[in-house]
Design a protein around this ligand. Structure first.
Ligand code: G3P
Ligand code: CA
Length: 296
């Protein structure tokens, strides 16, 4: 029978090679999430912004999700329509223009592009379903359940609407997750806990505001219902030790939001992103400028 023993030196060399390979693989897994699409260059949450994000090689496109009066999930950051559409002009009597007070048919009449640049006139607010159809098979989806407390106060079951769309599209199936990964996010712990129960195969991330708690005891609690934590970037800069603590618990760390038009102490947004990814060791980030994401 053939047998051999590794010399200590050969063993050490093999271990070094494996660790180097694992390190490189871990770096290769850094993930780029296009914040509201490529929203530095095209009006947020429009098809134009999502398409450009994919052209700029985003691993994930981020739809923020609001609910219309007739119970349809749409891609919209604010609770109201005013900032990113001409709602005030088309419906002057309907202040404060909450999306939840408008039907999908009404919302589809709005121009969601002109406010950003005249060249984008005629871009529409997309439904979540339209975003899925656009992105599926080409990139992942990183939907955020926006303002769950607002919908609870209006007796609108936003989480159920979300779960139904995910199930109807089979996005929670392991074979689908391989080609179109989905990760859900929310600031609202109750919403994340519910998704954990309803859609256990889908990774879920708790967003944490800049004054939030990322202490080790709190991370232990987050680990009981989430697969990752997403602190505002200044919180990680203040508490860099939290990255290793989260990783030790098996939580991913994702930061937001990196913008080329924001003044920071870094020479460029690319340098800022590189610091968080490769010096502080976070796993992923949200940026308005996917083309500036530093690959290594
Ligand atoms: O969801 C991550 C980040 O997008 C949170 O900020 O306000 O842009 O949704 P916001
Ligand atoms: Ca968001």
């Amino acid at each position: 029978m053939l047998s051999f023993r590794l010399s200590p030196l050969l063993f050490a060399i093999l271990v070094t090679i494996v660790l180097a390979w694992a390190g490189a693989a871990a770096q290769a897994r850094k993930q780029l999430i296009a914040h509201r699409g490529a929203s530095g260059y095209a009006p947020e949450h429009t098809a134009a912004a999502y398409r450009l994000a994919m052209e700029q090689h985003a691993e994930f496109v981020e739809p923020d999700l609001a609910v219309t009066k007739d119970g349809v999930l749409i891609c919209l950051h604010d609770d109201a329509l005013k900032r990113t559409t001409n709602a005030a002009e088309v419906f002057p009597q309907r202040e404060p223009w909450l999306a939840n007070d408008f039907t999908l048919e009404e919302i589809k009449r709005l121009d969601a592009g002109s406010w950003f640049k005249p060249a984008f006139a005629g871009q529409r607010i997309q439904t979540f379903q339209e975003a899925i159809d656009l992105v599926r098979g080409k990139a992942g989806l990183y939907p955020e359940l926006k303002s769950p407390e607002l919908y609870r106060s209006r007796h609108v079951d936003q989480v159920k609407l979300f779960v139904d769309v995910i199930r109807k599209n089979g996005l929670d199936k392991p074979e689908s997750l391989k080609t179109t990964p989905v990760i859900i996010q929310s600031f609202d712990e109750e919403a994340v806990r519910r998704v954990a129960k309803e859609l256990p195969s889908i990774p879920r991330v708790l967003l944490v505001e800049r004054d939030g708690d990322v202490s080790e005891p709190r991370l232990r609690v987050i680990k009981t219902f989430a697969t990752g934590v997403a602190p505002e970037k200044s919180l990680v800069a203040q508490h860099p030790e939290m990255v290793k603590q989260a990783h030790a618990l098996g939580l991913t760390v994702t930061c937001w939001t990196f913008r080329a038009d924001e003044k920071t102490t870094f020479a460029s947004v690319r340098d800022e992103m590189a610091h968080f990814l490769y010096d502080l060791g976070i796993d992923a980030l949200f940026t308005n400028n996917p083309d500036q994401f530093p690959r290594r």
